[in-house]
Design a protein around this ligand. Structure first.
Ligand code: MN
Length: 155
């Protein structure tokens, strides 16, 4: 079963990078407000470049002067199951089996837009009425990841 990961990325502006393992890479979307477990929240998700599968495990600090400089931590991860659709069709439905994100979601591309999608929780037993993503970057976590070398420095 493929996996998903959500990176909490404290760059100039905090956002969440939602990544799905697909076709041997991590298909990635930047979600400014973060994923929601509430079906009423339609989260803008901007498609960004594919990332290598290994990047899913990355936590660390992207150094100053590099694109996206700032701490990156894993906010959630787990297996997922594809329910229907595909990237090419502009609609993908899937079941997430993470710690924070569970149940059915849909990513749907906005008509006439190149990179803009919406990430929406579908109604199921995991759905809630209101949701705010909890910050994963604690003081301890920051201390822990300071030592790690980001992939962009090792290439
Ligand atoms: Mn990012």
């Amino acid at each position: 079963m493929p996996y998903f990961v959500v990176h909490e990325h404290h760059s100039k502006r905090l956002h969440y990078d939602f990544r799905l393992e697909m076709e041997g890479v991590l298909k990635s979307w930047a979600v400014p407000k973060g994923p929601s477990m509430a079906p009423k929240d339609k989260r803008l998700a901007i498609m960004v470049e594919d990332h290598p599968l290994e990047y899913g495990k990355f936590e660390g600090i992207i150094p100053k002067g590099h694109y996206g400089a700032g701490p990156v931590v894993i906010w959630d991860s787990g297996k997922y199951e594809l329910l229907s659709g595909s990237i090419d069709e502009g609609k993908v439905e899937f079941l997430l089996k993470g710690q924070r994100l569970r149940g059915a979601f849909v990513l749907t591309k906005l008509k006439g837009k190149d990179k803009e999608w919406l990430l929406i929780k579908k109604k199921d037993e995991y759905a809630v009425t209101s949701y705010k993503p909890e910050i994963a970057l604690t003081e301890e976590k920051l201390k822990e990841i300071k030592e790690r070398i980001p992939p962009c420095e090792t290439e």
